[in-house]
Every structure is written in structure tokens, then in C-alpha cells.
Ligand binder design. Structure first.
Ligand SMILES: O=C(O)CCC(=O)C(=O)O
Length: 289
């Protein structure tokens, strides 16, 4: 925690056991291959060889365990307060070599640069060793405290330092730190899982309530539901006008249920539950059956 406040980043080693690393690597590779086979439905990966597998929330309990991991809880609560939100849960890897360092950025680039506090915290759980040859992250230690004039235009990538961190570590960097994905000479996969945490007043990177299966939301424990946004923070995050517990509470922190109905014009009830597969899959399914 003191490194985080001094340098804007920190490293905790030996956080994941070798067995857990092996399992997560296998699961991540399988997930990637399976999504690639989805054809038109494969998420858009962009043109870079740095691959991000989005929205791991629906993709297995083994990923959700990192959200409730004690080190996630400790660091995120320390930096962002106890009511932090899950901004996104993603997997990061390379597919072959990457010739250039990617964009140098601050994760909280969309928050006014004059804000002198972290609004985001990126927790990278490393499944492979991060080394400069493998394109480890380029960081500018201490840049989270740079004066305002240096917070908008990024520093030159060559002036940064690349981290060296062993697999199984947690590499944490806060939202004001200038950083970039390094160039990979070797083409090593360099796998990591990102638990991206935000202050409770900031919009989440993934639209969790639209992107999470309702089954998962209904069955999630209260802490996970809160991390995904089903808890109020002051006057934020209400499901207003439909039946929720503690209807009259305007301030504070209250668990919120997904309503079965919204109330529309002339009190017409609008059902919220919907599960519709794309037409092509529906046809395939009914033919197979
Ligand atoms: O892939 C990396 O090394 C850094 C990733 C990054 O820049 C980010 O997630 O904001």
C-alpha cells in the first residue's frame, strides 16, 4: 500500500498457487479458442496482437474468485473505499509478437485531470512471467503525482520503465499512473487477468447490469451484486419507482433488486426478463432438437 501511494503501482508476489495458475491458463486458452470459433459473434478484438477477452463475469466461477480475493478486497478498499465497483473483468494476452509499445495512457483519462485522487485501480493477476522481452507493462513510477500540466499529454514511451514480475503475482496500478502495454519481441502469450476496480461514483467500463446474465445476478452473493452495481451509493444507483427494499431510503447504501417489471405509461407493466438467442442460433437449435 505504501508503494502504491509512493509510485502509483505495487507488486505482491506469490498470490496465486502454481495449481491455480495452471487452471486459469487452461481456462483462458480454452475461452479464447471457443470465442474465436463463434464466427460473427466473436468479440471485436481490434487490429492489435494484444488480445483482450471481455466480460469474464459470465465466463466461470474461477474468474469471479479473483473479484472476491482477499488482496483485491484489501487494495481496492484501501484506494477506492469499501463501496468500490467492479469496472470490468477481462483477460489479457498476446497473439504473436507486437512490434510497438501501445498507447501510453492513464486509465482515468475520462475523469477530469485536475482530480487529485485515484478513481480507478487496475489489478493484474499474472499467469505468466512479465519481462521486458515479453512486452511487460511500461510504467512511469510516481507519475500519479505529476503536476496538472503533465497529466494530459502522455510522456514518450522510451522514458518509461518496464516491470519484471513473476507469474502468480498481483501487479496493481492506480488510475492516474501513465503506463502502456510493452512491445513483445518473443511472441510469448504473456497472460494476465485484470480485475479493474472503480470508485463507486464513476461509470463502469463494462455495463455490468446489461452485460451480466440475469441468472448470475439473481444467484450472486450480496457482495458480488454490490460490486456489479446492485447497491446504492448515496443517491446513485437507484431502481426508482418499482418495488425495491427500503423504498424511502434516499441516502446511504442499500441493496437493490432487479425488478421483474418496470412501470410504464399509464402504469402499464413492462416485463424486464428476456432471453433471445440470435435467429441463426435459434434455427440451428430447433433443427438439432
Ligand atoms: O497489458 C499491459 O501490460 C497493460 C494494460 C493496460 O494498459 C491497461 O489495461 O490499461
Amino acid at each position: 500500500m505504501s508503494d502504491l501511494s509512493e509510485y502509483g503501482c505495487c507488486i505482491l508476489t506469490d498470490v496465486l498457487s502454481p495449481e491455480r495458475i495452471a487452471l486459469l491458463k487452461t481456462k483462458m486458452d480454452q475461452q479464447y479458442e471457443a470465442e474465436e470459433a463463434l464466427g460473427e459473434l466473436t468479440p471485436d478484438r481490434g487490429r492489435s496482437n494484444k488480445i483482450v477477452i471481455p466480460n469474464l463475469i459470465n465466463k466461470g466461477q474461477h474468474y469471479l474468485e479473483l473479484v472476491s480475493h482477499e488482496d483485491t478486497e484489501a487494495l481496492a478498499s484501501h484506494v477506492l473505499g469499501k463501496q468500490w465497483l467492479l469496472s470490468s473483468l477481462t483477460a489479457h494476452m498476446f497473439k504473436g509478437t507486437t512490434p510497438e509499445v501501445e498507447l501510453v495512457h492513464r486509465d482515468q483519462g475520462q475523469v477530469p485531470a485536475s482530480l487529485d485522487q485515484p478513481a480507478l485501480l487496475n489489478l493484474f493477476y499474472l499467469l505468466d512471467d512479465f519481462t521486458p522481452e515479453r512486452g511487460s507493462t511500461v510504467v512511469f513510477p510516481g507519475s500519479h503525482r505529476w503536476p496538472l500540466a503533465h497529466r494530459v499529454h502522455p510522456p514518450a514511451a522510451e522514458k518509461g520503465a518496464q516491470v519484471t514480475v513473476p507469474a502468480g503475482s498481483l501487479f496493481a496500478f492506480e488510475g492516474r499512473l501513465w503506463h502502456a502495454t510493452g512491445a513483445s519481441q518473443t511472441g510469448h502469450r504473456r497472460r494476465a487477468l485484470s480485475v479493474f476496480c472503480s470508485a463507486p461514483w464513476l461509470r463502469q467500463q463494462e455495463n455490468a447490469l446489461a452485460a451480466t446474465s440475469h441468472d448470475l445476478l439473481e444467484n450472486a452473493d450480496p457482495t458480488l451484486r454490490a460490486r456489479l452495481g446492485l447497491k446504492t451509493y448515496g443517491t446513485l444507483g437507484n431502481v426508482n419507482g418499482t418495488r425495491v427494499p427500503h423504498q424511502r431510503v434516499a441516502f446511504g447504501s442499500v441493496d437493490v433488486d432487479l425488478p421483474d417489471f418496470l412501470i410504464g405509461e399509464n402504469a402499464q407493466l413492462i416485463p424486464t426478463g428476456k432471453t433471445r438467442l440470435p435467429q441463426s442460433l435459434n434455427t440451428k437449435y430447433s433443427t438439432d432438437v
